[in-house]
Design a protein around this ligand. Structure first.
Ligand SMILES: *Cc1c(COP(=O)(O)O)cnc(C)c1O
Length: 359
């Protein structure tokens, strides 16, 4: 199966093969592997001097919940910038944890506007933290991280960025862009296997944080665990750690995030041209589209339901993703993972064949 999804996604065989060994979680070899993982993730964003890498067991949402519960205190207020379901989810997490939360919202096809954020921060001095989703995977829209980081820093507030679907491909340099916490997982643009989320948190923010709202989803305690003996506090997904270290070595061999982004751009360009030929239109304006995941409108009079279309493609070995928009018939196709333009040509050929069979 080739997965055209935003994660879990198609991985390199060498990454999956790295999962064949057993590891003792308290053994020096695994402690060294964990240290290597934390160091490499930090280096990818240039955060060695300022930030701490805290991996946590679970999917991406677990690390979002851990970050909100650790960094946003009972007296703080989080402003969530929402233009899709992942922004909404960060707000839901804060509310569930009993943290004060407000939203600034945009339509799903419009990027966050930093000028409006600036005005809101000026109007409400009680807002202590801002939450932003870098690439909103709901649609594939790219939000203006640099501008939001600038207005947030100027206003003296903390910024929590859900960079889940962008980290490892879209550029992020923590020496230049002021972000309190970057959240991501190893199974998206890093092309690892699912099971670990991680946060890159400013050391000063982590030092003054806590106590967290949850025992296990506590980034500060998790960090202190690594500091004290190099070990994870609770059973780590050892094979996933090994696969992530392998995936990071493959990222470096590819040429780092710049080269990976170039491949994803090529994937996206191949996909877009072919889908247009087949009668699908891109939901977003190309100017705000990130080359991570693309949402397409179904052509008028499309002969199949999404479920039937999905099943027909799956039969040919290709997995796509349903749309996540209310009131519009869409589908999503991921451009990330160990996939290349040839794989997209294969997918497009399969779609054309299915449409022909239906005529
Ligand atoms: C994938 C993703 C998450 C986390 O989702 P999980 O299903 O918990 O891994 C969070 N935010 C964004 C923007 C994502 O793309």
């Amino acid at each position: 199966m080739i997965l055209f999804t935003p994660g879990p996604l198609t991985t390199d065989r060498r990454t999956r093969e790295a999962m064949l060994d057993d590891w003792g979680s308290r053994d020096p070899a695994f402690i060294a592997l964990t240290a290597q993982l934390r160091q490499s993730l930090l280096a990818l964003a240039g955060g060695e001097a300022s930030h701490i890498c805290v991996p946590i067991q679970g999917s991406g949402t677990y690390v979002v919940e851990a970050a909100v519960g650790t960094l946003v205190g009972p007296k703080d207020k989080l402003l969530v910038l929402e233009n899709g379901v992942y922004g909404a989810r960060m707000g839901t997490i804060a509310a569930r944890l009993g943290r004060a939360v407000e939203f600034l919202r945009w339509p799903q096809d419009r990027p966050v506007d930093a000028a409006q954020v600036q005005a809101r921060l000026k109007a409400d001095p009680a807002i202590s933290h801002v939450g932003l989703v870098h690439c909103e995977t709901t649609t594939g829209i790219l939000n203006p991280l640099e501008e939001v980081a600038r207005v947030t820093a100027e206003a003296g507030r903390a910024l929590i960025v859900d960079a889940m679907s962008s980290f490892g491909a879209l550029a992020l340099d923590l020496r230049k862009t002021k972000v309190t916490a970057v959240l991501a997982s190893v199974n998206k643009c890093l092309e690892g296997t699912p099971g670990i989320g991680f946060a890159l948190v400013e050391r000063t923010a982590l030092e003054k944080a806590g106590p967290a709202a949850s025992l296990s989803l506590d980034l500060k305690a998790q960090w202190q665990g690594f500091e004290s003996n190099g070990q994870w506090r609770f059973t780590p997904p050892v094979q996933v750690v090994a696969a992530a270290v392998k995936a990071l070595a493959l990222l470096e061999a590819e040429g780092g995030p710049t080269a990976r982004l170039a491949r994803y751009r090529e994937n996206f360009a191949t996909l877009l041209a072919g889908m247009k030929r087949l009668g699908f239109s891109l939901y977003l304006d190309e100017a705000v589209q990130a080359p991570i995941i693309a949402t397409f409108r179904m052509p008028a009079g499309f002969p199949l339901s999404f479920a039937a279309f999905y099943a027909a493609l799956a039969q040919k070995g290709y997995l796509i993703y349903p749309g996540k928009l209310t009131g519009e018939s869409t589908l999503r196709i991921g451009c990330i993972g160990a996939v290349r333009p040839e794989d997209f040509e294969g997918l497009l050929t399969a779609i054309a064949a299915i449409l022909k069979e239906e005529q």
